[in-house]
Structure formats: structure tokens, C-alpha cells
Design a protein around this ligand. Structure first.
Ligand code: 5GP
Ligand code: MN
Ligand code: MN
Length: 388
């Protein structure tokens, strides 16, 4: 750990100059307490850096969570081992998963399935005073529950170091969360302009605690976070059902971990209750389980937090991008992607060229940087990868 500025501490040994400057700018905001913590996977984000932990007192910066409110990971440890998968055609399982979870940007379920119905009811009852607003802004949220999304949202079947089969999945709050976040970021920008609030970056516009706009954001944020959590649960149930069918034996779950990496929570740090926003970071309180994905062709990790005080009990949320999507498309070839994906059952298309493992930071280096933040419990290698 190194201190980069009065209110900025850093764990990243690979840190672009632009990213560093962006984090330094955020750290000058007057309501940061005690400091921003930059994680090993830090890279440039909109307004706030991806891979940063931002504690605020008396205000909230909606861009400190970003537009995929509640994005995160879920994992299930099954009773199966590599031997149960041996000799089977994994493309059958991959295609069954692809049919049962709507993939890509605009995709939705045709109807609310029986498994999703209680989850929809739970969300209807949450933050009821904001229901009318939600229905107006995101009327189709019910069929968005149980959808993966595009880009680097993924579903994997993996083996750990003892050959145990895990299911592993990355997704967030989809269109509904995106629309809610976009709305509140615009409200914050309008208010800051109206009151002549000086901002080093328009995307750091904030809402002040005690105002109705703050309360509305918080309510919608909490709703979208819960949507994301249940979205992952719903998809994981479907994926587990597909694995059960594929093997002809029901999955008996040994463990389920579901964690956000884009979210805000009320937490106590250095003697004060603050709004703690993790944008591309997971909670790593002592003993708390967490998930750190690598890339579509490298290892991912099941970790347990060490409760590092200076990191505000946090950990990286992945490898983090090293190449932008466009740079990756220019730099790498379809052949290199095939090479990197050898032995993994995946959809072989150059649509995923910008997701090639080499477009991300080296996950081993990131985990080495995070040695005082988390302990590795399991190392997962994917045998099936489904991208959004
Ligand atoms: P995010 O979009 O949440 O900022 O990034 C999540 C992290 O997931 C990335 O930093 C990267 O390390 C990891 N990742 C991206 N695609 C895949 C994938 O297909 N499989 C796995 N296991 N990890 C991935
Ligand atoms: Mn996301
Ligand atoms: Mn994410």
C-alpha cells in the first residue's frame, strides 16, 4: 500500500497515469472520509475510477457506483467433480444454458417464469413509495429479471483445484438499473449547475444528504441493488437446473456466494458512519467470502476477506482492463483468442475479441497486489464459458 495524496491510498502496482489523476481528482472532493482506496485492478471509469472505494460523509456521488448498479458475482459449489463431466459433450450443456438465460443487451424473458414470480413480488414490495416512478421509468423490469446482459457478463462452469465443479456468473441490474442510475446522475448534474457548485469533473456531481433528491436516489439505488442480487439468484437457479438435467442428477448445493462489486452501503470506517461506494471492488471484511473473476480464459478466485482497515475492508473485483475494447480489437486476432481458449467450451466468434484474456491485467499480479486484502480459498478454471 502507498499513499498517493492526502486522501488517496493505492494497492495497484500497474496504474496508468490517467487513472491515477482521475482518482486524485475524486479524492479532492470535500466530503471524502477518511480516504479513497484504489484497488489493484484500478482503471479509468466515467467520473469515478473502476476499482475504487469511495467513502463519503453527508453526500453521495451517483457516478461512484456507476450505471450498472449492483453488478456483481454469484457462485455455487456443487457436489460434482471433473469425473462427472468426463466424456460428455459440454456443448450440449452450453447450449442449454444459452437457451434458458436471455443473453446480450436488449434481450428479455418472454414472460415472468414461476421461479422468478416470488422475486418479482419481493421487488414490488421494496421501496413502495417509489413504485409509481419505477413503473413509469422502467415499465418492463419484470421480464428483465433473469437476463445476463452483454459485454463481459458471463456464465461459467468451472473446476477448482480439487476438481470440484462450480457454477460462476457475472451480471448486474440490467436496463432497469441503468435507467435509474442515468436519471439520478442527470439530477445531480442539474442541481450542482443550479447551485453553482464547482466540480473538477461534471461526472462527480453529487447529492447532499437531507435533500429529497438524495432520498430518492438512495431508495432507487437500494431497489436496483436488490434487483441485481435477485437477477443473479434467478439465473443461477436456471443454470443449476440445466446442469442437473445434463448429468441426470440434481445439483446439491454445498455453498452459494452472491456479492456486489458496484454498490453503496452504510458502513463505519475510522470512527464515522459513511456512505461507502465500491465501484469495481468487493467487501472484504475479516472472514467474509468473495469472488474475483479473472477473464474468459484464465483463473478466477473464491476468496475470504482479511478486514484490512486502510482498504476500508475491500478487495479487487477482477483483473481490470488493460486494453480498451477498441485497442484490443486492433491489437489481437481471432487466432490468438482461439489459442487462449483451448480446451474451454465456448462460442467461437470474433465478437469476443475485445474480451480476450490478454486485454485484461494479469490476474496473478492483481492477486499478488491484493495479498494483504484477501486470502485465496479456491482457484477456479472454466470448462464452459457463456458470454453475454
Ligand atoms: P467489470 O465489468 O465488473 O468491471 O469486470 C469484471 C471482471 O470480470 C473483469 O475485470 C475481468 O477480470 C473479469 N472477466 C471478464 N470476462 C470474464 C469471463 O468471461 N470469465 C471470467 N472468469 N472473468 C471475466
Ligand atoms: Mn456489469
Ligand atoms: Mn461487473
Amino acid at each position: 500500500m502507498e499513499r498517493l495524496a492526502d486522501k488517496l491510498v493505492n494497492w495497484a502496482s500497474i496504474l496508468e497515469e490517467k487513472t491515477r489523476r482521475q482518482a486524485e481528482t475524486a479524492a479532492t472532493m470535500p466530503f471524502i472520509h477518511p480516504h479513497i482506496a484504489l484497488m489493484p485492478d484500478a482503471h479509468l471509469g466515467k467520473g469515478a475510477t473502476v476499482g475504487s472505494v469511495i467513502p463519503t460523509d453527508g453526500a453521495i456521488v451517483p457516478a461512484a457506483v456507476g450505471v450498472d448498479i449492483g453488478c456483481g458475482m454469484i457462485a455455487v459449489r456443487t457436489q460434482f467433480t471433473a469425473a462427472d463431466l468426463a466424456g460428455r459433450d459440454l456443448s450440449v450443456l452450453r447450449e442449454a444454458i444459452e437457451r434458458s438465460v436471455p443473453l446480450s443487451a436488449g434481450a428479455a424473458n418472454r414472460e415472468v417464469l414461476p421461479t422468478a414470480a416470488p422475486r418479482v413480488a419481493e421487488l414490488e414490495a421494496l421501496q413502495p413509495h417509489r413504485a409509481a416512478f419505477r413503473e413509469q421509468l422502467v415499465p418492463r423490469w419484470r421480464t428483465a429479471l433473469g437476463t445476463l446482459g452483454s459485454g463481459n457478463h458471463f456464465i461459467e462452469v468451472s473446476l477448482d483445484e480439487t476438481d470440484v465443479v462450480w457454477l460462476f456468473l457475472h451480471s448486474g441490474s440490467r436496463g432497469p438499473g441503468n435507467k435509474l442510475a442515468t436519471h439520478h446522475i442527470a439530477v445531480a448534474q442539474r442541481l450542482c449547475a443550479q447551485w453553482f457548485v464547482p466540480l473538477p469533473d461534471r461526472d462527480l456531481a453529487y447529492l447532499v444528504e437531507g435533500t429529497p433528491e438524495f432520498d430518492d436516489y438512495l431508495a432507487d439505488l437500494q431497489w436496483a441493488q436488490h434487483f441485481a442480487l435477485l437477477n443473479r439468484e434467478e439465473m443461477m437457479d436456471r443454470v443449476a437446473a440445466r446442469l442437473s438435467e445434463f448429468l441426470g442428477v440434481d445439483v446439491v448445493e454445498q455453498e452459494r456466494i452472491n456479492c456486489h462489486h458496484n454498490y453503496t452501503a452504510r458502513e463505519k470506517h475510522f470512527g464515522r458512519e459513511v456512505w461507502l461506494s465500491r465501484k469495481g471492488a468487493i467487501a472484504a471484511d475479516e472472514g467474509r467470502p468473495g469472488l474475483v473473476p479473472g477473464s474468459m480464459g484464465t483463473a478466477s478466485y473464491v476468496v475470504v476477506g482479511k478486514g484490512n482497515r486502510m482498504s476500508l475492508n475491500s478487495s479487487p473485483h477482477g483483473a481490470g482492463r488493460e486494453y480498451s475494447r477498441s485497442a484490443a480489437r486492433r491489437t489481437f486476432t481471432h487466432e490468438q483468442l482461439r489459442e487462449a481458449m483451448k480446451g474451454i467450451e465456448y462460442r467461437d466468434t470474433d465478437a469476443f475479441l475485445d474480451e480476450i484474456p490478454a486485454a485484461y491485467k494479469n490476474i496473478d499480479r492483481v492477486m499478488a497486489d491484493a495479498a494483504d486484502l484477501v486470502e485465496v480459498r479456491h482457484t477456479l478454471r472454466q470448462v464452459v464459458n457463456v458470454k453475454g
